[in-house]
Ligand binder design. Structure first.
Ligand code: FAD
Length: 296
């Protein structure tokens, strides 16, 4: 089913993001996490794509395995930076042949130490979107949004223009970068409204589980802003177990507040672990995401 069709139902809904494991052990661990998360009945799960296509086959194989072995709807992330049109055509045909009907169309980040000149046949995610529409018009397509602003955008007005460009090119929905201050999301939602962006916006939430993870995320998500109140609570922690408790508490408060403000869709960055997401659901008093409906 297309994600757009799922998002048309009343909600609220949750979804999960995974990344492709690189070893058989990590793969088994991921499938254990997926089994543990299944009772929460996510609307869909998504699988990331390594920069420049570094996990191209791993992403494809994981998406296909999830599709074959579970009843979950799956979204495959797809980045275009460093890919030629011919390569992209081949990737899309492979997805089509495997029955994958949903992708998240992304630009990706150029590799830092690129070997040789960088291929720039696709400059922006909107170019990829148009290409997918041309090649596989029946594919469901989501795009990324940045409540705190994308670090490369010269100004926030231009950013909304660029986001609107992606929606006008045919994006069905927007999934946001993680954020730790809900005011950033509410402001982003209002700015989308002003820009006449009318597709569903899925709020990205990542429970912090360790100090090292926090630093890695700050690096990967370029410019993520951790509020001082959160940083102070983390500073008081003596070990990562306490950090994880703070992270779960913070994310739970974020989800409650989002639901209070009529946010229908929440996407958890799971980092392939089930424990923090399960703990948040327990803290919300929910064993099953279908019960979320009773919260509003
Ligand atoms: P774009 O929409 O192309 O935007 C990139 C920059 O260009 C922005 O500053 C934008 O304002 C600007 N821009 C856009 N269109 C135009 C235009 N027409 N003219 C001028 N400027 C323009 N990365 C991965 O490598 N793998 C993943 O699996 C992955 N998953 C992600 C999932 C989510 C939900 C999010 C939020 C991010 C993800 N990323 C992933 C990171 C993402 O690839 C990077 O943040 C990247 O820098 C931006 O991607 P984009 O699709 O938003 O690019």
């Amino acid at each position: 089913m297309h994600i757009a069709q799922i998002l048309r139902k009343p909600g609220p809904r949750i979804s999960f993001e995974f990344f492709p494991p690189r070893t058989p052990e990590a793969s088994e661990q991921l499938f254990t996490s997926i089994q543990e998360l299944m009772p929460l009945r996510p609307a869909y799960v998504s699988v990331t794509y390594g920069a420049g296509g570094s996990t191209r086959s791993l992403t494809h194989d994981l998406v296909v395995r999830i599709q074959q072995e579970t009843s979950l709807s799956v979204v495959s992330h797809l980045t275009c930076v460093g890919h030629t049109r011919a390569q992209m055509q081949e990737i899309l045909s492979r997805y089509h042949a495997s029955g994958i009907m949903n992708v998240l169309a992304l630009r990706g980040d150029p590799p830092r130490q690129s070997e040789g000149p960088l291929i720039t046949e696709f400059a922006h995610a909107s170019d990829l979107l148009r290409f997918i529409k041309e090649q596989q018009p029946e594919m469901g397509i989501g795009v990324a949004g940045f409540p705190e602003g994308h670090p490369e955008t010269p100004n926030r007005l231009k950013e909304m223009e660029n986001l609107k460009g992606k929606v006008d090119a045919g994006a069905d929905y927007i999934c946001t970068q993680m954020f730790f201050d809900n005011r950033d999301f509410f402001d982003f939602r209002e700015r989308c409204e002003l820009a006449r962006i009318r597709v569903p916006i899925i709020a990205g939430i990542m429970p912090i589980t360790s100090r090292a993870g926090m630093e890695r995320m700050a690096e990967l998500a370029l410019g993520i802003r951790y509020p001082a109140r959160l940083l102070k609570a983390i500073e008081r922690c003596e070990n990562d177990e306490q950090v994880a408790r703070v992270g779960i508490h913070w994310a739970t408060e974020q989800v409650l507040d989002l639901m209070d403000q009529d946010v229908r869709d929440i996407h958890f960055y799971t980092l392939n672990r089930s424990r923090p997401t399960l703990a948040i659901h327990r803290a919300l008093g929910l064993a099953d995401a279908a019960l979320l409906k009773d919260q509003i």
